[in-house]
Design a protein around this ligand. Structure first.
Ligand code: THU
Length: 161
């Protein structure tokens, strides 16, 4: 049988060069959000900045807990806050950046959301029927994806229920 395949297109911006001013600004806000990270266990600071359709930017950072699974990643912190504060406004773009607590530089390669965050992000994309562009920041390159579904093929959603 022929193999079916998913195609995962993404754009690479070496050193972030070529990003629009708006996207650069969102990345800057994601980097700044790492300063609010509460990560005494992993010492790994993650920031996420979410631009909404109305232009508002909501930021979040990872919030850890002594009971490890009770913590939240930066992406979910930002997304749940946005959904709670602006339930009628679609998020349209998310930028994510990370650095180690004892380092000023950010990771060289982009980091990518964990599986649980992908599931949460895709729920929001489905809910508002608007693709959420993704900007994954690394010092060496920024990756841009045109929607969360590229991060989560074979996604589970409410159509199966
Ligand atoms: N983390 C995030 O906040 N986002 C990601 O995309 C990956 C991981 C957090 C969770 C935990 O606080 C720390 O990074 C180490 O896994």
């Amino acid at each position: 049988m022929p193999k079916a395949q998913h195609i995962l297109p993404y754009t690479v911006y070496p050193k972030g060069e070529g990003l629009s001013i708006e996207d650069c600004d969102l990345v800057t806000q994601a980097k700044a959000a790492t300063q609010t990270s509460y990560s005494p266990y992993s010492h790994f600071c993650v920031g996420a900045a979410l631009r909404l359709e109305n232009g508002v930017v909501v930021c979040g950072s990872n919030q850890e807990n002594a009971a490890y699974p009770a913590g939240s990643c930066a992406e979910r912190t930002a997304m749940f806050y946005a959904n709670a504060q602006y339930p009628d406004v679609a998020p349209v773009c998310i930028a994510i950046a990370a650095r180690r607590a004892d380092e000023v530089n950010f990771l060289e390669q982009p980091i990518s959301p964990c599986g649980i965050c992908r599931q949460v992000l895709i729920e929001t994309e489905t809910r508002y029927k608007v693709p959420i562009r993704v900007l994954l920041y690394g010092e060496n390159a920024v990756y841009e994806l045109d929607g969360i579904s590229y991060l989560l093929p074979f996604q589970f959603d409410s159509s199966a229920l």
